[in-house]
Design a protein around this ligand. Structure first.
Ligand code: SF4
Ligand code: SF4
Length: 139
């Protein structure tokens, strides 16, 4: 059996594509395990979806080819939420709001707030609470 991998995807759906059951097909047709972190429809009825997919590399590639046929933009960078280090004052205000420990206080002497992108589940809490606008979303 082929090895499975997990890939983080961010999908942007133009208005006309929001109703399409794309996640259903990822599971049924490409045998992927899908873990949706965030789904949002803007007032303009565009859709954003942040998810992990787990499956064989081949199936994930095939699934992405399928998704692209719907005029859906795929962000494969894994960089949904970013932190601008020059803006961060390391005040620590965001840390208790981060549910995944992606933002945490470094236990070295510096006590700086470190951001581990790989743990971020795109909940956007830090963007809402950061008083200095240091965190931002690619969406
Ligand atoms: S709240 Fe903003 S400025 Fe404060 S530690 Fe978090 S990201 Fe940095
Ligand atoms: S988006 Fe959520 S999970 Fe990611 S760093 Fe901000 S608070 Fe943590």
């Amino acid at each position: 059996m082929s090895d499975t991998i997990t890939r983080k995807l961010m999908l942007y759906f133009p208005k006309c594509e929001c109703e399409k059951p794309i996640v259903y097909h990822l599971v049924k047709d490409y045998d992927l395990v899908v873990n949706v972190f965030r789904a949002k429809v803007t007032p303009e009825e565009e859709g954003y979806l942040v998810l992990d997919v787990t499956g064989t590399e081949h199936n994930i590639e095939q699934a992405m080819a399928f998704v692209r046929t719907f005029n859906v933009t795929i962000n494969l960078t894994g960089k949904g939420v970013t932190r601008e280090d020059t803006r961060c004052t390391h005040c620590g205000f965001c840390v208790p709001y981060c549910p995944s420990n992606a933002l945490r206080i470094d236990d070295t002497a510096t006590r700086e707030v470190v951001f581990d992108e790989s743990k971020c589940i795109e909940c956007l809490a830090c963007i809402r609470v950061c008083p200095f606008g240091a965190c931002a979303s690619a969406f």
